[in-house]
Design a protein around this ligand. Structure first.
Ligand SMILES: [Zn+2]
Length: 156
């Protein structure tokens, strides 16, 4: 018998990847996040449950699910995450910069006080973006830059 072992099962894995990109609860498509981000943001109690190789974040403000992986058990909800997720309903405080713990409210106050919407001036006034630990501290694992810009726009 001469069976090729290296090719078996590969097609199955690809099929699974497709179906797992949607939130198991609200069925909206999730955004890919690094496993490093998930490991840092779940409460210590749940860290050992971060076993999937790939995670996505659910962007629906009304859905309690934050991170989900390929299997239904790979699921973390709002109450299992260390920080409030700024785009989820009732998040408090709403951070605009997770690395330096600057809130959306602080950004909006700075915009009002300084009468500027210059990102550079707002960053200086609030002390945002002082540390670059976005991949570990921002729930999306991306730079806080974009959330800051959104907060400035909102203040206008
Ligand atoms: Zn969801």
């Amino acid at each position: 018998m001469n069976t090729c072992q290296c090719c078996s099962g590969e097609n199955d894995a690809i099929g699974q990847k497709e179906s797992s990109s949607f939130c198991p609860q609200c069925h909206t498509e999730g955004v890919s996040v690094s496993t490093t981000t998930v490991e840092h943001l779940v409460m210590d109690l749940f860290r050992q449950e971060v076993t999937a190789s790939q995670y996505r974040i659910c962007m629906d403000p009304d859905c309690d699910v934050v991170y989900f992986g390929p299997h239904p058990k790979d699921l973390f909800t709002k109450d299992q995450i260390k920080v409030p997720i700024w785009f989820k309903r009732e998040a408090s405080p709403k951070y605009a910069c997770y690395c330096s713990k600057v809130t959306e409210e602080e950004v909006m106050q700075a915009v009002a006080k300084l009468g500027t919407t210059s990102l550079k001036e707002i960053i200086e006034a609030t002390g945002a973006m002082q540390n670059s630990h976005c991949i570990e501290q921002n729930p999306l694992g991306v730079c806080c830059h974009k959330i800051l810009e959104e907060a400035i726009e909102k203040a206008n």
